[in-house]
Ligand binder design. Sequence first.
Ligand code: SF4
Length: 241
Amino acid sequence: MMTTFDIEQLQTELDQKNPRVILKKALELFDNIAISFSGAEDVVLIDMALAIRKDIQVFSLDTGRLHPETYRFMEKVRKHYQIDIELLTPDRDVLDSFVKKKGLFSFYEDGHQECCGIRKVEPLKRKLAHLDAWITGQRKDQSLDTRQDIPEVQIDTAFSTAEHQLVKFNPLLNWSSAQVWDYIEAYQVPYNELHEKGFISIGCEPCTRAVLPNQHERSGRWWWEAGAKKECGLHAGNLKK
Ligand code: SF4
């Protein structure tokens, strides 16, 4: 198990490095590591990782509330790369009782945290308990409120426990949206068709909307809430206390 000191050394080594270098290091250091694929443009991570190692683990959160286009996209990615994508689903009993009690759209009234907690965070927690490290598509330019301070590699304080330390790599951290799209175009990487309909940051259907030109991408997510809260709990460590 890596120590905090090792992580600091590793962060120094990976500081400002390009995504391929960070991914390569992550895949060299950890066997039990997986890519979190959100169904948006971070498919770039899968494309890059497969050039480094063929046996990558990929998972995605199937909240049950994704756009049909996102499900079609996941299938496209699965076939294009000939990979398994493990779909993580919410606990059936907890979800049933939540929906029975609060209906299907409670997030518009009392915030997204409870629904995201059940549909995203708990299934993710279950998965991460069995991994030593994970790779995310987080980028600084996705949020001026919550993603400016994230490093290339970190101990995941949100999902580590006293018995189980989890490491998180953020290879696309310093790439802009434009760089991601340059890569998608150059390497003919599959993308979610919603991007052609004005969607930039794509999450669940009821909580995502298209944005206008020059609007920030995150303004299309949970638009009824303040910017500083726009994390669904997957990256809870980004939220300022
Ligand atoms: Fe629920 Fe919306 Fe969060 Fe999806 S993004 S889990 S629908 S609150």
